[in-house]
Design a protein around this ligand. Structure first.
Ligand SMILES: C[S@@+](CC[C@H](N)C(=O)[O-])C[C@H]1O[C@@H](n2cnc3c(N)ncnc32)[C@H](O)[C@@H]1O
Length: 277
């Protein structure tokens, strides 16, 4: 028996909208694409495909992120593998890639690399650069390693389990990071989808600024003369994180907006005349 694809898609949209999905139409199309693979659009679904689609819809109705169900997320120029071991790459994080790629660098360190989406996109843009990606999660680095193959930069990237700079031990032209920055008391109000992501990728369990204190304090010991630190921030964190950059001696401190006009990235240059260098 076969099932009409348009009817199935329509029912999927309705089901997801009723379940409260904020992107029901887009989600239903993505799940249909996953079931149909390379088949021409609107090819009737077999019983097996229909059962698969129903299963995916049930998972999405429980608000599991669509990227976990389809196993990938489009970010910058590639489709990245995504699993429950890594943060689902967010569109606003492309702001960090966009700002960082405009700087000259031969070496780049990504702290809390997760899926590797930031580091790998930067290595894709800078074809002669080399990078180190670190994360406290070994499982995340396994995903990042596979993503390096997808992007085609495996020969220029190294991965290491490290508690921030703990096992880094050298200097870089550029340091980037999107650290966990959600404050503990904001966690209960978040969208249900975030409950499927690693807690250690989301929050510092405190005021949201703990990791910026560590990164700004320790980055100068890992930057070359004139090197840059660039971090993603939450939309309300520009003032306190700017103060941390100032305290650590960074210069040319700049707040960069995302495409929605919200403060999203802070960058600073660590210059040679700074005392603590
Ligand atoms: C917000 S996620 C960012 C992931 C990825 N860079 C992105 O932008 O999609 C933060 C990452 O920091 C990692 N992390 C958390 N605490 C860490 C620590 N103490 N040292 C290194 N990485 C850590 C988490 O495992 C997670 O992968």
């Amino acid at each position: 028996m076969t099932h009409d694809a348009k009817t199935a898609l329509h029912k999927a949209r309705q089901h997801l909208a009723l379940a409260g999905s904020p992107s029901a139409a887009r989600d239903a199309s993505a799940l249909m694409d996953k079931v149909q693979g390379d088949a021409p659009p609107w090819t009737p679904l077999s019983d097996v495909q229909m059962a698969q689609l129903d299963g995916y819809i049930q998972r999405r109705a429980r608000r599991e992120p669509i990227s976990h169900i389809v196993g990938k997320r489009a970010f910058w120029m590639h489709d990245f593998e995504v699993s429950p071991d890594v943060l689902d790459p967010r569109p606003e994080t492309e702001t960090l890639v966009d700002v960082a790629r405009q700087q000259p660098f031969d070496t780049v360190l990504d702290l809390g690399t997760g899926s590797g989406c930031i580091l790998l996109s930067l290595l894709y843009e800078h074809r002669d650069a080399r990078g180190l990606g670190v994360d406290l999660s070994a499982a995340a680095l396994d995903v990042a390693r596979r993503n390096a193959q997808i992007v085609g930069v495996s020969d220029r990237v190294t991965w290491r389990v490290s508690d921030w700079f703990g096992d880094v031990g050298t200097r870089f032209d550029l340091i980037v990071s999107n650290p966990p920055y959600i404050a503990e008391d904001e966690m209960p109000g978040l969208a249900p989808e975030l409950g499927f992501e690693p807690r250690m990728a989301l929050t510092d369990g405190a005021d949201g600024l703990t990791n910026y204190r560590i990164l700004t304090r320790d980055a100068p010991r890992h930057l070359r003369h004139g090197g840059r630190l660039m971090v993603e921030i939450g939309a309300t964190q520009a003032a306190p994180v700017t103060a941390l950059f100032q305290k650590a001696g960074f210069q040319q401190i700049t707040v960069h907006p995302d495409l929605d006009g919200r403060d999203r990235v802070i960058s600073g240059v660590f210059s040679p005349q700074t005392d603590s260098f």
